[in-house]
Design a protein around this ligand. Structure first.
Ligand code: UFG
Length: 355
């Protein structure tokens, strides 16, 4: 019988791609996402991508802070595991409104964990972020590096990682995998699901995309005096479909081993500079991206990329796509859906799910 998985934030960027792969992997999936997310439209597309397995998808609009609603859901469905991707994720917004982040990301997660305990569901995949490495002293980042949170968003991820470790220490029946995402980009190769644009994107690739679409005049490059290959910041970009597959690898590990509580990096293991990414995107879209060279963005690390050895060894997972495919699929999605899932007036979802 197929296993039943709850995906919180399943209409979000990472969540929706993960749900497609889960359905294709023959899991039954229940998605919850916040009431103002474009849940229905996203999940209709997700179900279509899953073909005959689309029938194994159910979804509900629900805020994790609404504990009675969560209780009700767990009372009617028995879940074999939970993939928790829901959460706010904009660093700048978290600095301006930390309580919003603590309320949403921390209280929401605690509610979820409490309801899981009361219904005996003790298998969890938790979406964390490379943000917990802060400004790494060296690269590649391995999972045992010291952790450091530079802003309220990062602190919510770090707190929740610690909560996961504590609940496992208190009850060894738990099986928890914490996934530290590096920089997810790209979209499903079909171009029917991708990252939903919001006002002004915070992240590099959604910003380049809007320049390519003619919605913004130029890309501001934050910092050209780093000690990197071309003096611009270096990050580890990972195709969102590879990331989605990382969740399936994590689930398999949860079901097939006595994992305890473990952390894995999900990245490509390669460092790419801002200028390298711009050049790959220009190739993909056939347009020139005008650049404005500017000072460093406060709080930015110089160079961050993952060691993927642990995930390769223990999860048997490795990223397959390179920067070219990430840019190709991002542009395919963007040109088919220049305003994401909605009209310009309805493109709100800065605040949906993690990702
Ligand atoms: N950058 C620009 N111009 C822009 C946007 C970004 O030059 O308009 C540069 C940044 O300075 C950085 C690189 O592009 O060098 C990547 O920046 P992103 O904002 O896309 O990604 P970050 O690595 O800074 O942050 C991301 C997520 C965070 C998460 C972090 C974890 O946005 O939520 O990765 O590593 F915490």
């Amino acid at each position: 019988m197929s296993r039943s998985i709850l995906v919180t934030g399943g209409a979000g960027y990472v969540g929706s791609h993960t749900v497609v792969q889960l359905l294709l992997g023959r899991f039954k999936v229940v998605v919850i996402d916040i009431p103002n997310s474009p849940l229905e439209i996203v999940l209709k597309r997700v179900a279509k991508l899953a073909g005959e397995f689309g029938k194994n998808l159910a979804f509900y609009q629900m805020d994790l802070r609404d504990k009675p609603a969560l209780e009700k859901l767990f009372a009617c469905t028995s879940f074999d595991a939970v993939i928790h991707t829901a959460g706010l994720k904009a660093v700048r917004e978290s600095v301006k409104n930390p309580l919003l982040y603590y309320n949403n990301n921390v209280i929401g997660t605690i509610n979820l964990l409490e309801v899981m305990v009361s219904h005996g569901c003790k298998k969890l995949v938790f979406s964390s972020s490379a943000t917990v490495y802060g400004w790494p002293k060296e690269v590649p980042c391995t999972e045992d590096f010291p952790l450091c949170a530079a802003n309220p968003y990062a602190r919510t991820k770090l707190f929740m990682e610690e909560v996961c470790r504590d609940i496992y220490s208190s009850d060894s029946e738990w099986k928890i995998i914490i996934l530290r995402y590096f920089n997810p980009v790209g979209a499903h190769p079909s171009g029917s699901i991708g990252e939903n644009p919001s006002g002004t994107p915070n992240n590099l690739v959604p910003f380049i995309q809007q320049v390519a679409l003619g919605r913004r005049p130029e890309l501001t490059v934050f910092g050209s005096d780093y000690s990197t290959k071309d003096r611009t910041g270096v990050r580890d970009y990972i195709h969102v479909v590879d990331l989605a597959n990382g969740h399936l690898a994590a689930l398999r590990k949860l079901f097939d081993s006595n994992i305890g509580c473990e952390v894995y990096n999900l990245g490509s293991g390669k460092g790419t500079s801002v200028l390298e990414l711009v050049s790959a995107f220009e190739k993909a879209c056939g347009k020139k991206i005008p650049l404005l060279m500017a000072g460093r963005r406060p709080g930015d690390a110089e160079i961050v990329y993952a060691s993927t050895d642990k995930a390769e060894r223990e999860l048997n997972w490795k990223a397959e796509y390179g920067i070219e495919e990430m840019c190709r699929d991002q542009w395919n999605w963007a040109s088919k859906n220049p305003f994401g899932y909605g009209s310009p007036d309805h493109s709100t979802s800065q605040k949906t799910s993690s990702s």
